[in-house]
Design a protein around this ligand. Structure first.
Ligand SMILES: Cc1cc2nc3c(=O)[nH]c(=O)nc-3n(C[C@H](O)[C@H](O)[C@H](O)COP(=O)(O)OP(=O)(O)OC[C@H]3O[C@@H](n4cnc5c(N)ncnc54)[C@H](O)[C@@H]3O)c2cc1C
Length: 477
């Protein structure tokens, strides 16, 4: 890599949009993962032409470029393991078009998910692939991670909402991918390749997204289970019968304890809770789906409580799930909640077994782990709660992560459901996708022959996540 020409960067984006003092480099050296590595500069483009000029300069000088949204990714995707320029895309945050007749909107990549939904709401429509981090996550980051969320069980992940995009390639060329139509069979669907590409193929500078009508009726309830296994069986039964829920979330006993400890919400002391929700334009249809879910859950030992159409009541029911992240951070004074082995997907029939296995592996390795998530889409979230000041905890976490992915792969599950790979999950990803990685590498080389775009990630990431970068925590004991 040549020495960075800061004056050249300033000439492209303006002096206020280039940062290189140590405090800024420190802040941009991490995301929501355990990793840390400082970039050489942070640049904030405001226009596509600036992105093109920056990439041309970086490509000529072999300087790494790390596209970044809000840095809420949990696996180190935006941690600049080889230094270079972090391309902060948040200034490109214009909503360019809301087209109700053709049911799409066009946005720049730095638009925050909640802001898009605020703009869509007066038109009676919403963008549904929203993750729990919607207050901060950008559309560019969501596309590059294939983010999904609580309603993806009905409306799909980001992939299902992306119709088209404009992308700046490593050499600075601007290309258009996809189409504004619902269907397209016009050659390779390259826009799909960019969904989940984690900033390694190009910089997304515009996205065309579909949206859906805001349903007139929405009802939510809580199903209580004395046995986690029964909750797992109920998930399989509900999904197997095609019950059209708009939310099917699992909360296990560790998570219940965490939320009750932190917020005194008085969640029932049971082994598992399923949150169920249905929505639609016709109340009888919503009732029908919820009744079908109730019957199936009861068959598997569940008891439906607190069912309500009232928005305030629904918000109360959902509060425990919503506050789970901060609650886990407050689980114990000596423990930190870390995003490790945090979002695999497994077949429905393995949901309960996976949750039990996670608890067993955690206990054996001296860490605490939860099991919760968007189980209607097969997504199982975990967090590893551990004393990050102790080297022994990191060894336990390393072993637990390894065993969990071995198990997940053995039952036909996949390494990541929605948070992506980055650095933290690279070795599990490499094991799972061993036979297709040569093709992925060829694709990467076709888009980015000089390997300047987010280098050292996915298949090029180190195998051991503990030593891949500095950690955000100091383990001294
Ligand atoms: C509290 C919390 C809750 C979360 N809940 C969820 C959840 O429910 N579902 C979920 O899926 N995720 C969740 N996440 C993870 C994360 O928020 C999402 O994956 C989100 O989509 C990342 O958006 P971002 O703007 O922060 O992207 P970043 O973290 O900044 O970047 C993510 C990836 O996108 C790439 N990228 C960013 N912009 C561009 C661009 N313009 N062009 C090309 N590549 C780009 C980056 O290089 C990187 O690889 C959560 C995170 C937190 C902290």
């Amino acid at each position: 890599m040549s020495k960075l020409d800061i004056e050249r960067l300033k000439a492209i984006v303006g002096p206020n949009n280039v940062k290189h003092d140590p405090a800024d480099l420190y802040v941009y050296g991490s995301d929501s993962s355990v990793h840390r590595a400082a970039p050489d500069a942070v640049v904030r483009p405001g226009e596509t032409s600036e992105v093109q000029a920056l990439l041309r300069y970086a490509n000529e000088n072999l300087i790494p470029i790390i596209p970044r949204g809000s840095g809420s990714g949990m696996c180190g995707q935006v941690v600049p393991i080889h230094g270079g320029i972090v391309l902060d895309m948040k200034r490109m945050n214009r909503i360019l078009e809301i087209n109700l007749a053709d049911v799409y909107c066009r946005v720049e990549p730095g638009v925050i998910d909640d802001d898009l939904n605020k703009a869509l709401k007066p038109h009676g429509v919403f963008y549904p692939a929203t993750p729990a981090s919607s207050r901060i996550a950008t559309i560019g980051g969501e596309i590059a991670n294939n983010a999904s969320g609580v309603r993806s069980v009905k409306y799909g992940a980001t992939r299902e909402s992306v119709l088209a995009m404009k992308v700046v390639l490593a050499n600075g060329d601007l290309i258009t991918l996809g189409a504004r139509t619902r269907v397209e069979a016009t050659g390779y669907q390259l826009e799909r390749l960019f969904v989940g590409s984690e900033g390694t193929l190009g910089v997304i500078v515009e996205a065309t997204l579909s949206f859906v009508p805001i349903p007139t009726f929405r009802a939510m309830g809580m199903v209580l289970f004395d046995s986690l296994d029964d909750a797992g069986d109920a998930i399989g039964a509900v999904m197997g019968k095609g019950v059209a829920l708009s939310m099917l979330e699992l909360v296990d006993s560790v998570a219940i304890k965490a939320v009750n400890n932190a917020m005194d919400l008085g969640l029932p002391d049971v082994e598992a809770i399923l949150l169920i929700e249905a929505d639609g334009m016709v109340k009888e249809a919503v009732d029908h789906e919820l009744e079908a879910a109730r019957v199936l859950c009861e068959k598997h030992g569940g008891t439906l409580t607190q069912l309500s159409y009232d928005p305030k009541e629904r918000a109360k029911i959902f509060l425990g799930r919503k506050k789970l992240f901060p609650a886990l951070s407050m689980y114990s004074d000596s423990m930190v909640s870390t995003a490790l082995a945090d979002d695999m997907a497994v077949p429905y029939s393995k949901m309960a077994e996976t949750a039990s296995k996670i608890h067993e592996i955690a206990e054996r390795n001296g860490v605490v782990m939860t099991a919760y998530g968007h189980c209607g889409s097969g997504c199982m979230h975990t967090k590893i709660l551990m004393d990050t000041s102790k080297k022994k905890s990191w060894e336990g976490a390393r072993q637990a992560v390894k065993e969990i992915y071995e198990y997940v792969h053995s039952v036909g599950g996949t390494t990541s459901a929605e948070h992506g790979i980055g650095l933290s999950k690279a070795s599990a990803f490499k094991r799972e996708k061993a036979d297709s990685i040569p093709i992925m590498k060829a694709v990467k080389a076709a888009f980015d022959p000089n390997n300047i775009l987010n280098p050292g990630k996915l298949f090029d990431a180190p195998d051991d996540w503990v030593t891949a970068t500095d950690l955000r925590y100091v383990a001294s004991k």
